[in-house]
Design a protein around this ligand. Structure first.
Ligand code: BES
Ligand code: MN
Ligand code: MN
Length: 477
């Protein structure tokens, strides 16, 4: 039998003393890491992504993690490392990503994105929250444990990826090729955050993704709209026509078969969303919008966490400059994505999207639809012993029981861990909910970061106290 109380305490005074003594050094290291502009989507930053990977590898080596490797993938490298000397204790695989989103529009940043600054309890900069801050807090927890005890209470494996923000194109292959090396009792993904009001939360659901580009082509060059207007199809109008037919006025998606595999919400699902302490008026105020909008029959949190979407991310073509230019554009384009929920399949949704776009495309232009990637949705169990351990660790360190939230964002590797590597997943993330990830002035709450270090260490104690057997129940291995 296992107990639910912690018996070993590596998170003791020595650990706390070490963290206290190294607070300044830790902040400098955090800033150094954020200074590396590891934007995975932009080819001109490929060398910076490699530099970030090497920075992590050097840090892992320094703190005593072993078998550290900057592993090639064909894209940006993945950093692996492990510490496996806790004989008989559970093994956990930790995943974070070191790549960040592009920084435009640059003029809306109050300080340069790769020159992190501390303002009160906040640190500002691209990646401070998503996801370099979370990766960094794992390094610091490991460092403090190894420095004060010479050992960890459990076995740890680290896999730090550099392509999460650009659909993890090479990750799946790398995971399959390293399946043995990554074997663990469960995985911890630290790439999510707290609930509205900065309340401690464990994410228990993520949406999947279908991302596509639509290219509509007419003539080889722009035409004079006087000479040709009225006698040819206009590609920009055609893009607008297609987009207008993808959803109805109530927000319902009109692609045939789109909803076929959506698992309907149960009464228990509705109750779980309704029980969250959500202040919709405050949420609306924060967004500065006149009102919220979404699918009929669902609450805001349900629309975000349990219902699929279809959104235009960008639309372009024709004349964008000052003043008036009279043309029929030669071509026009749109990037369209859907957030998916269980049991939607990204490949099937892409095919359904493509077939529908081609069907409704107006005559007189060529329409091409191609996939820009995708990922599966996932739901993680609340009652898994790893989730319970994370909950106890959060409560012990943040002084409050966590909420359980199905979130709207996507981390496709979560489903890959669960379904392809048979690894249960705990989404243990520390971002404040309004951290402006992907936007200008991304920030991290330094209290979340600091307490997060203690939470991670505490969780390893909780997991050690449970012992390996706790994680074998019902796994069939
Ligand atoms: N950290 C986010 C995922 C996230 C966002 C989880 C909000 C929970 C709430 C991650 O870095 C991210 O941005 N993912 C992309 C995935 C896409 C590129 C496939 C996303 O959600 O857009
Ligand atoms: Mn992220
Ligand atoms: Mn992100």
């Amino acid at each position: 039998m296992t107990t639910t109380t912690t018996t070993t305490t590596t998170t003791d005074e020595a650990f706390e003393g070490y963290l206290g003594a190294h607070a300044q050094e830790r902040l400098e290291s955090y800033k150094d890491f954020v200074r590396i502009p590891s934007i995975s989507a932009l080819p001109e930053h490929a060398a910076d992504c490699r530099r970030a990977a090497e920075w992590i590898a050097a840090d892992l080596e320094r703190i005593g993690v072993e078998h550290v490797e900057v592993s090639e993938t064909g894209g940006h490298p993945i950093v692996y490392g492990d510490w496996l000397h806790a004989a008989g204790a559970p093994t956990v695989l930790v995943y974070c990503h070191y790549d960040v989103q592009p920084v435009d529009p640059l003029d809306l940043w109050t300080s340069p994105p790769f020159e992190p600054v501390v303002v009160g309890d906040r640190i500002l900069g691209r990646g401070v929250a998503d996801d370099k801050g979370q990766l960094h807090l794992h390094l610091r927890a490991t460092e403090a444990l190894l420095a004060t005890h010479g050992s960890l209470p459990i076995n740890l494996k680290f896999a730090f990826e550099g392509e999460e923000e650009s659909s993890s194109v090479n990750l799946e292959h790398w995971l399959a090729a390293n399946r043995e090396r990554l074997a663990a009792d469960f995985a911890v993904i630290s790439d999510t955050g707290f609930f509205e009001g900065n309340l401690p939360a464990i994410t228990v659901g993520l949406r999947g993704m279908m991302y596509a580009q639509m290219d509509v082509t007419g003539t080889s060059v722009d035409l004079h709209s006087g000479g040709y207007g009225g006698v040819v199809q206009n590609p920009a109008n055609a893009v607008a026509t297609i987009i207008a037919r993808l959803k109805d006025a109530d927000g319902r998606i009109l692609i045939p078969e789109f909803y076929d595999d959506v698992v309907p919400m149960t009464e228990a699902d509705h109750a779980a969303f309704a029980a969250l302490p959500f202040d919709e008026a405050a949420y609306l105020r924060r967004l500065g919008l006149p009102e919220l909008f979404g699918e009929e029959g669902y609450t805001t949190l349900e629309r975000r966490g349990a219902r699929p979407t279809l959104d235009v991310n960008g639309i372009w073509g024709g004349f964008q400059g000052e003043g008036a230019k009279t043309i029929i554009p030669a071509h026009a384009h749109a990037k369209v994505s859907s957030r998916l929920v269980p049991d939607q399949d990204p490949d099937q949704i892409f095919e359904a999207f493509r077939a529908f776009v081609l069907e409704i495309a107006p005559p007189g232009v060529r329409v091409d639809v191609r996939s820009l990637g995708g990922g599966y949705p996932s739901v993680t169990p609340i009652d898994h012993p790893a989730t319970r351990a994370a909950a106890r660790a959060l409560e012990a360190t943040f002084g409050r029981e966590p909420l359980y939230v199905r979130e709207g964002g996507s981390i496709p590797v979560c489903a890959t861990f669960e379904n392809k590597l048979d690894l249960p997943v705990v989404l243990l993330g520390f971002d404040p909910p309004d951290q402006q990830a992907h936007a200008p002035n991304e920030w991290m709450d330094l209290r979340n970061y600091e307490t997060g270090i203690r939470t991670v260490a505490r969780m390893w104690d909780e997991v050690a106290a449970l012992g390996r057997d706790a994680f074998r129940v019902g796994t069939g291995v």
